[in-house]
Design a protein around this ligand. Sequence first.
Ligand SMILES: *Cc1c(COP(=O)(O)O)cnc(C)c1O
Length: 412
Amino acid sequence: MARINEHFLKLSAGYLFPEIARRVQGFAAAHPALAPRIIRCGIGDVTEPLPHATIKALHAAVDDLATHERFKGYGPATGHEFVRAAIAQGDFRSRGMDIADDEIFLSDGSKPDASAALEILGSGNRIAVPDPVYPVYVDTNVMAGNTGPALEGGRYQGLAYLPGTPGNGFVADPPTEAVDVAYLCFPNNPTGAVATRAQLEAWVAYAHRHGTILLFDAAYEAYVRDPAVPRSIYEIPGAREVAMEFRSFSKNGGFTGLRCGYTVCPKSLMGTTSTGDRVPLHRLWSRRWATCSNGVSWPVQCAAASLYTDEGQREVKALTDFYLANAALLRSAVQGLGLRCWGGTNAPYVWVECPEGLLSWQAFDLLLEKAQVVITPGAGFGSCGEGFFRISAFNSRANIHETCERLAVLAG
Ligand SMILES: *Cc1c(COP(=O)(O)O)cnc(C)c1O
């Protein structure tokens, strides 16, 4: 009889987005006249079409595949040279960071990458995750058997939680205990918080002290406008020895449906064997890609490279400017109601404190029933998210204006 991976059975049943969908469908079925009014500011998915530079690159790449001369079969599992070079140059070396072309690993997105990273780490690591958190970091560790069972309140036994609160502006300091692996995400999903240079320096120093590996998710780096805010962990001296970085084209180029991202795995990043030997993770990560993947499709790699052309860069700037302007409108609407909020200036998410006395699912129900606006309840991102909700700026300008007006129901 075939045994299953029983760690999957530990996953909390009420996963956030299905529960949101269930409540929205329930409301729409009970109030068919109001259903067309529903505005979804819940899931963090982009709404604007792909850049023209990307569309042109996709068309040309499809035509390549139609000819004997330019046909492409299998490429290198970690991405074509010219794409890795464009990334290493465009995102790192041009900004003074020392990253080589062969330290870039192209993939179909950073959600799969965050999951795959666990394949090259051993079991028994003490793992720290933020709270509130992008649920992927937690659930992939549960599936990999790195946690105990679910506890009351949605946490898992065995994980170290890094609380984000108004007191620390939703940027946790390194813990006092030693952990082996720590997930960091800046600009943050769900809170929109950004870490200062000094805060990231403290994390890199901590990682050097304890032999910790930092898994740094920079999916939203293109939203950083403040020149003092780091866009990559590698802006911090010493990070090459302690951090792997996840990058995605989903939120800058709008590739959520096209699928492409990459990881940076510096050759100087080491892990430890059970006998205390130090081994470069680059060796394991390269082997993992060569064995488990045949890489990203030719049209998608050409699409990714298009974002590094002058035209592509201008269009990414315009797209992210558009969503940031949405975020600014949401922020001022929320503040106009006298509610406290975070994020929304270097990030496409606004994190709002619920009106006095409301839990986050109560705020969700109120906004759905009285305003037909769908937000994401903070409690779904972890116990520290209770009492807050996330509004996504990924929407049309018309929907954002409408949402800003309808948020007035929160004023009571
Ligand atoms: C959207 C998002 C990603 C991107 O995931 P893809 O698989 O590349 O689409 C990664 N991390 C966080 C925190 C995100 O919100």
